[in-house]
Design a protein around this ligand. Structure first.
Ligand SMILES: Cc1cc2nc3c(=O)[nH]c(=O)nc-3n(C[C@H](O)[C@H](O)[C@H](O)COP(=O)(O)OP(=O)(O)OC[C@H]3O[C@@H](n4cnc5c(N)ncnc54)[C@H](O)[C@@H]3O)c2cc1C
Ligand code: FES
Length: 273
């Protein structure tokens, strides 16, 4: 059973967990994810690979508490064990020399940017990173991302830090002033949709990492079905990255909300115990 080597709370309800899983880390590539269960009765939850130390075999994930399972993960401590950890899953992000790559991360979507930027940077790309959060205290990973990016822009919804507004406000300015070759966006669906709408006007190659509800993560259950260019795809085996202009974001938003009532009930029950 994988043991938590280190747990650090990065911001309210956002926790970084590290595990020593050399076999998994050896095979993992930027853009992939894992599926884990906190305990033997727990549901399977997908988590992006936030960082990986290939030499030491250490995997880092960053968890935002949004419901029963993520709250349970958030309650664990250094030294605790989780039931299982499966991966790497999904296709790695396509890495090559594009030129200037803008990496956009919103909320918990900031966490997986590190491995993506490391990968793009190692191939000679110039990296401009935009990270956005609701408030100053929920901005995570800024210092680490500054070390590996050529430039970092931070936005907060309330203006308590960096540029006041959304990541798209920072992107809008960049699009006017920079020659950009690729935009990679990870975050809430509404954010990815807004990025997609903005870059479409420039006919700019844009990838999004989709986060539908997943169960097995291996293409068997159909839970992660997404509509891409009018065709059904499974985000776990066909993605998670897709060309943004082809994604039916409204369908994804609708499907993400499918079990809202059950999720609320499960969370309320777990809080009563
Ligand atoms: C490829 C991928 C990578 C992800 N990476 C991260 C990450 O790095 N950090 C992070 O905090 N979260 C990540 N998520 C989202 C995370 O899996 C969900 O927040 C988590 O499963 C919610 O479980 P819950 O019981 O706490 O909340 P619930 O109350 O059950 O659900 C809250 C919301 O989370 C979504 N959700 C619920 N169950 C799942 C599921 N099995 N799969 C996907 N989404 C679900 C739904 O939109 C739901 O409305 C990722 C999701 C995907 C698909
Ligand atoms: S999670 Fe089951 S098919 Fe993708």
């Amino acid at each position: 059973m994988p043991k938590i080597l280190e747990k650090i709370t990065l911001a309210p309800k956002i926790h970084q967990l590290r595990f020593c899983v050399p076999e998994l880390v050896k095979k993992a590539l930027p853009g992939q994810f894992v599926i884990l269960r906190a305990n033997e009765y727990g549901e399977r939850i997908p988590m992006s690979i936030a960082q990986m130390d290939k030499k030491k075999g250490i995997l880092t994930i960053v968890v935002l508490e949004v419901g029963k399972s993520t709250a349970l993960l958030g309650s664990l401590k250094t030294g605790d064990e989780i039931s299982d950890l499966l991966g790497p899953l999904g296709n790695p992000t396509e890495m090559k020399l594009f030129g200037t790559v803008v990496c956009v991360g919103g909320g918990i979507g900031i966490a997986p940017l590190y491995t993506l930027i490391e990968g793009f940077k190692s191939l000679g790309n110039k990296i401009i990173t935009i990270i956005g959060a609701k408030t100053k205290e929920s901005v995570i990973k800024e210092e680490e991302l500054r070390k590996i990016s050529d430039r970092v822009l931070v936005t907060t919804d309330d203006g308590s830090y960096g540029i006041k507004g959304f990541v798209t406000d920072a992107l809008k300015e960049l699009l006017k002033n920079e020659k950009i070759d690729l935009v990679m966006a990870v975050g809430p669906v509404l954010m990815m949709k807004a990025v997609s709408q903005m870059t479409k006007a420039y006919n700019l190659k844009t990838w999004v990492s989709l986060n539908p509800i997943m169960i097995d993560g291996t293409g068997m259950c159909g839970g992660c079905r997404v509509l891409i260019d009018g065709k059904n795809k499974f985000a776990c085996v066909d993605g998670p990255d897709f060309e943004a202009s082809l994604v039916d974001f409204d369908n994804l938003i609708q499907r993400q909300k499918c079990y809202l009532q059950q999720e609320k009930t499960a969370y309320a029950r777990s809080n009563q115990r």
